[in-house]
Design a protein around this ligand. Sequence first.
Ligand code: B4P
Length: 189
Amino acid sequence: MLNLVLFGPPGAGKGTQSAKLIEKFGLIHLSTGDLLRAEIAAGTELGLEAKKLMDQGILVPDSVVIGMIENKLNENKGASGFIFDGFPRTVAQAEALDALLAGHQLSIKHMISLEVNQEELTQRLLERGKTSGRPDDQNEDLIRKRVQEYGEKTAPVAGYYAAQGKFQGINGIGGIEEIFGQIVQIIEG
Ligand code: B4P
């Protein structure tokens, strides 16, 4: 069973690489960003609350995203593995994920971190913002706020997995195929 965490700052390429990994390895893709945007599109109460925070570049509360992941794990009991994309984003989320997986006799095999500098992230997200319709991609101040949230709340998650010997950092700047090749190499050992 292959369970991966794909990690990195906003715009590092987590979503891009996840799409390629699910195709190659037949894994279930669990992106908390996508799940939250689906709640917003459906106009649920959770979505309305999340939107207020996401539009300011702020993380939504841990309890909300942990609950969403718990539901998805329960819905996909026979899966051959999961890619966690954009989750965990805090150490509390990482601890909750380990506890949830243990309840299903599962664990994380690799945590793969895509490393990209702020200048490149800003360029990528502003470019995506031209067509994505995502309000959080359309303004440089908001992107800076998201990167700041990442530095303060999410970056410590790397240490959590490093302490378990599961952290693998790779350069997230370069061609999409080249980066994919490096991830596949880690997975196939
Ligand atoms: P997410 O949806 O997770 O958004 P992201 O970090 O912007 O995306 P990602 O890194 O996947 O970028 P992508 O591959 O698409 O989160 C959005 C918001 O939701 C957060 O700010 C937060 O408020 C909330 N949220 C989500 N999860 C949460 C959690 N667990 N806890 C609390 N709050 C949570 O790549 C970006 C762009 O770069 C694309 O246009 C792509 O084409 C391009 N690109 C990718 N790889 C490239 C490469 N190698 N070279 C050049 N361009 C590349």
